[in-house]
Design a protein around this ligand. Structure first.
Ligand SMILES: [Fe+2]
Ligand SMILES: [Fe+2]
Length: 470
């Protein structure tokens, strides 16, 4: 079904065929728009060159054009699938997927949807002021693209809450607009989504590391036996790929410019020359990677085991795994700290599912590091960037009560305090990065701390007028 844009809420879920649901979502819509106006992008614009979803098919699902942002068509789009989908894992493996929510899993499914839904508007709030210091119009456009799509992901979760969870669901949908990132009284649910995104280096790190966590969480929900959730997440993953592209290439370009300045001035200390020193980039990696690892939850988790057994949440690429997809007889090893030593424990595989997902994520993160090191190598800089140890700077899970260095060494609190500014962005580092953040709004121009992109968006040149400011 192709999407009808004359409708108030564009959708491919036949909203017109369910008047009650349509009315409920139409009454949520003004509250969403109000939230967008007060908590969304702070820089006033006339229009932005944005991608809008127009279909969910394999080819040509999006269209590009200049759009006034408050008129962006946030809609409800589910990936299309046959009616005969079967549950791929857990104790109901092989049975038909659910088109409705089974009563016994109602509370758990609602909770999973609310947690995912809460992260989407949170990142828009975190990035609200970034437009004021965009390094180019191209980057400004990418920020806004990510923002409108996170807004659409909120719509995706709100649709599920309204359509399948009755009054409770509608209340949760309201609450998603009332919690706010960093709010002392009603913060967002997960820690990483209450951190500030105060500068563009943080934004690129966030879209590389934290949006990538989102990819893995959506990947587990895409496996869900609850078919509408599965189909929603499948389509969200399509949009998510661009967010990670923004992060990956954003860091590429900072590293490239840093290397260029290092060569040009023959020094590592490029701060006086208007660049981000390589060791500051390393500290930002350390911070954003460790905060994102916390989003995977405890390495050993009975909740994760129960969700899997019930069919609510699968593993990353569940169907490609070569095991029984039930896992009751399997074991897995997880990291632990025992008697002051880092070691591993053998546990039932079902308990180690968060750890399993985290491992997949870590593997994926290495690909970015490889890229960035290739940029350094090509520029003739004899240094490398690395991922810190998984136990470094953790506040959730088995490592939370320990101090572990980026190299994976267990240290005491004193040693941690003494050295932490060498491993994580110090106040001086953050002040320097912030001092570089000055807006460049002229088409084709770019700030001095970052290299221009190699390609524009949708075949447009870099000097295209991606954004018309108001
Ligand atoms: Fe998202
Ligand atoms: Fe995203």
């Amino acid at each position: 079904m192709s999407i009808d844009y004359s409708e108030k809420i564009p959708n491919n879920v036949d909203l017109a065929g369910d008047r009650k649901l349509q009315r409920a979502l139409e009454s949520w819509q003004p509250n969403f728009l109000n939230w967008w106006k007060t908590m969304g992008p702070a820089v006033p614009t006339q229009d932005v060159y944005l991608r809008t979803a127009v279909d969910v098919g394999k080819e040509g699902w999006a269209q590009f054009g200049h759009v006034a942002m408050e008129e962006y068509r946030w809609g409800v789009f589910l990936a299309e699938r046959g009616d005969d989908r079967r549950i791929a894992f857990g104790e109901q493996k092989g049975e038909p997927a659910w088109q409705q929510v089974p009563g016994e899993y109602r509370a758990d499914l609602q909770r999973l949807i609310v947690i995912q839904g809460d992260t989407e508007p949170a990142s828009v709030e975190q990035q609200r002021r970034l437009g004021e210091t965009a390094p180019s119009l191209y980057d400004l456009r990418n920020l806004f693209q990510v923002n409108v799509e996170e807004g659409r992901h909120l719509w995706a979760m709100v649709y599920l809450l309204h359509a399948y969870f009755g009054r409770n669901g509608r209340e949760e949908a309201e609450a998603l607009l009332h919690r706010n990132s960093g709010d002392l009284d009603s913060p967002r649910i997960l820690g990483a989504f209450n951190e500030e995104t105060p500068d563009w280096l943080s934004f690129f790190m966030f879209t590389y590391f934290t949006d990538r966590d989102g990819k893995y969480q959506l990947g587990t929900l895409k496996e869900s036996a609850f078919d509408p959730l599965s189909r929603t997440c499948e389509f969200m993953l399509k949009e998510e790929a661009h967010h990670m592209f923004v992060g990956t290439t954003g860091v590429d370009r900072v590293v490239a410019r840093t290397a260029e300045l290092m060569r040009e001035h023959d020094t590592e200390d490029i701060a006086p020359h208007g660049g981000v020193p390589l060791d500051v980039i390393q500290k930002y990696i350390n911070f954003h990677y460790s905060v994102s690892l916390d989003l995977f939850g405890s390495e050993k988790s009975t909740n994760a085991a129960n969700y899997f057994t019930a069919g609510l949440k699968g593993r990353w690429q569940e169907e490609r795994r070569r095991d029984d997809h039930v896992l009751t007889d399997d074991a897995a090893s997880v990291d632990v700290v025992r008697d002051g030593v880092l070691t591993t424990d053998e546990v039932p595989a079902l308990l180690a599912l968060n750890h399993d997902l985290r491992n997949e994520y870590v593997k994926d993160c290495h690909s970015g590091l490889k890229r960035w090191n290739r940029v350094l190598e090509k520029a003739g800089v004899d240094r490398t960037l690395t991922l810190p140890h998984v136990g470094f700077n953790r506040h959730v899970g088995l490592f939370a009560d320990h101090h572990i260095t980026p190299a994976g060494e267990l240290v005491g609190a004193d040693a941690w305090e003494a050295k932490k500014d060498r491993w994580l962005p110090s106040e001086a580092d953050k002040t320097h990065v912030r001092s570089l953040m000055r807006p460049v709004y002229e088409p084709g121009k770019i700030a001095g701390w970052i290299a221009p992109p190699t390609n524009g968006i949708n075949g447009q040149p870099f000097d295209y007028e991606y954004v018309h400011l108001a």
